[in-house]
Design a protein around this ligand. Structure first.
Ligand code: ATP
Ligand code: MG
Length: 411
C-alpha cells in the first residue's frame, strides 16, 4: 500500500496543520457573523454552464484549470473552481432575488488543475463573503472592511497590504479597452500566445498575465484613470472615503484587474511578500452582471475570496491543541467507575480521555504522551471513600478531591 499517495496537488491536513486551517475558518466565520453575514453551503460540483457562463471563455480558470467531466448520465459537471458563481446560481435557484440584500459567507474546497507548488494546490480551500443587492460603494467598503478585520483577527494584517483599483462602469471600460488594444497591438508579435489571443477577445486580461514576455508591455500600458466617466470616478472616490471611515488602510494599484469577466467598478487584493510568488491571500471586487448571467434579474453584488492554505501559512503561532484530563483507573473495580467519571467530565465540557490498558505506570506514560494537563487516578480504596487523586502533570502536585467536586476542580 505504500505506493498510494495523495493525488498530485492535494494534501492531507493532520495535527498542527489542520489546527491552523481550522483556526482560519473559525476566526473568519465568527468575524463574518459580527457583520451580519450568514453562512451558505452550495454543492461542490455544478452544471458546467455555471462556470463557463460566469467566468468567461478566455479566463485561465475556464480554459486550463477546470476539473470538468461527463457523469454516468451524460451531463457535463465541474468541480467548483471558485464559489461566487455558485452563490449567485443558488440565489436565483432559491428565488431569493427579491429578498435583498443577502450577505453570504462560505468556506469549502475548490478545485483547479494547476501546477502544484507552495501555496498552490489542485484541491485548495477558500473562505469568502458576498454582499448581493446593494449598488452603493458602501457595500464594497463594508466587504473589504470585513476582509481586513478577519486578517487582523488572525494577526496577519500587518504582513499584508490592501491594493485597490476601479474598473469603472461599462462606458469607462469600453474606452479603456480601446486604449489597451491600441497599446498592445503595437507589440502584438512580442506578446505571449495567450495574451495575443486575449488581445482580440478580452485585452484587460493581459494586465493579469504572469508571462515574462508580457511584463514590459504591461508596465507601459495605459491606466484606466484617464478613461473613467464622471459616475465611475465618483463611485471610486466614495469607496475610498468609506474605507478611511472604516479605518482600513489601502494603497491604489492601477494594475489590479480581476482575472474574471464579470467584474466592474471595485477590484482589490490583499497581498503579502511573505509567500513568494503566491502573494495574493484575498481578492475580490464588484460583479454587477453576474446574477443576470445566472438567469436572474439585474442585481448588483460585491465580494471576495481568500485562500485558507495561504492564510494558514501566514499564521505566526499554530493554535495550541486543548490538553485533556487523563482518567486512570487502578484495578478492575476502578475500571468500571472510571467510565462514569470520564463521562461526567465530558458532559461538563472537559476534554477527558481514558487509558485503554496497562499498569498505572504505563497509563501515566500514555497520559504524558497525550499531553494531558492532569491525571485523575482512581484506586479502589479511594473509590470506596468517594474520592480520587488529582495530579497536576505540569507541576507534579497531587491532591485528594471528592468525586462530587471533580468537575469544579478541573474546569
Ligand atoms: P493566483 O493569481 O495566485 O493564481 P487567482 O487570481 O487565480 O490567484 P482567485 O481566483 O482570485 O485567485 O482566488 C482567490 C484566492 O484563492 C487567491 O488569492 C488565493 O489566496 C487562493 N487560491 C487561488 N488559487 C489557489 C490554488 N491553486 N491553491 C491555493 N490557493 C489558491
Ligand atoms: Mg490562478
Amino acid at each position: 500500500m505504500t505506493d498510494l499517495q495523495p493525488a498530485r496537488g492535494t494534501h492531507d491536513m493532520i495535527g498542527e496543520e489542520y489546527r491552523r486551517f481550522q483556526h482560519v475558518i473559525d476566526t473568519a466565520r465568527r468575524t463574518a457573523a459580527t457583520y451580519g453575514f450568514e453562512e451558505w453551503a452550495t454543492p461542490i460540483f455544478e452544471d458546467t454552464r455555471v462556470f463557463a457562463r460566469s467566468l468567461g471563455d478566455t479566463s485561465d480558470v475556464v480554459t486550463k484549470e477546470m476539473y470538468t467531466f461527463t457523469d454516468r448520465g451524460g451531463d457535463s459537471v465541474t468541480l467548483r473552481p471558485e464559489n461566487t458563481a455558485g452563490i449567485c446560481r443558488a440565489l436565483v435557484s432559491n428565488g431569493l432575488t427579491q429578498s435583498l440584500p443577502q450577505k453570504v459567507f462560505y468556506a469549502g474546497p475548490m478545485f483547479r488543475y494547476e501546477r502544484p507548488q507552495k501555496g498552490r494546490y489542485r484541491q485548495f480551500h477558500q473562505i469568502g463573503a458576498e454582499l448581493i443587492g446593494v449598488a452603493e460603494p458602501l457595500a464594497d467598503a463594508e466587504v473589504i472592511a470585513l476582509g481586513w478585520d478577519i486578517l487582523s483577527a488572525l494577526g496577519v494584517a500587518a504582513h499584508t497590504t490592501l491594493e485597490i483599483n476601479t474598473l469603472g462602469d461599462r462606458e469607462s471600460r469600453d474606452a479603456y479597452r480601446a486604449a489597451l488594444v491600441a497599446h498592445f497591438s503595437a507589440h502584438r508579435d512580442a506578446l505571449s500566445d495567450d495574451s495575443r489571443n486575449r488581445l482580440d477577445r478580452n485585452p484587460l486580461r493581459i494586465l493579469d498575465s504572469k508571462e515574462h514576455a508580457d511584463k514590459p508591455f504591461i508596465a507601459t500600458a495605459p491606466t484606466i484613470g484617464d478613461h473613467l466617466t464622471e459616475g465611475a470616478r465618483a463611485f471610486y472616490e466614495k469607496l475610498k472615503e468609506h474605507l478611511a471611515r472604516f479605518d482600513v488602510p489601502f494603497v491604489e494599484n492601477p494594475r489590479i484587474v480581476r482575472g474574471l469577466d464579470y467584474y466592474n467598478h471595485t477590484a482589490f487584493e490583499f497581498v503579502t511578500t511573505a509567500l513568494g510568488s503566491q502573494g495574493t491571500v484575498m481578492a475580490g471586487g464588484r460583479y454587477d452582471g453576474l446574477v443576470e448571467e445566472m438567469g436572474g434579474p439585474p442585481t448588483p453584488g460585491v465580494g471576495w475570496a481568500a485562500g485558507v492554505e495561504r492564510l494558514s501559512l501566514l499564521l505566526a503561532e499554530p493554535p495550541a491543541a486543548t490538553q485533556p484530563v487523563a482518567v486512570i483507573p487502578v484495578g478492575d473495580a476502578a475500571e468500571a467507575a472510571a467510565l462514569s467519571v470520564v463521562q461526567t467530565l465530558r458532559r461538563a465540557g472537559i476534554r477527558a480521555e481514558i487509558g485503554y490498558r496497562g499498569s498505572l505506570k504505563r497509563r501515566m506514560e500514555q497520559a504524558n504522551k497525550r499531553h494531558a494537563r492532569a491525571a485523575v487516578i482512581l484506586g479502589e480504596a479511594e473509590l470506596a471513600r468517594g474520592v480520587a487523586q488529582v495530579k497536576n502533570l505540569a507541576s507534579g502536585e497531587q491532591s485528594e478531591v471528592t468525586l462530587a467536586e471533580l468537575v469544579a476542580r478541573l474546569s
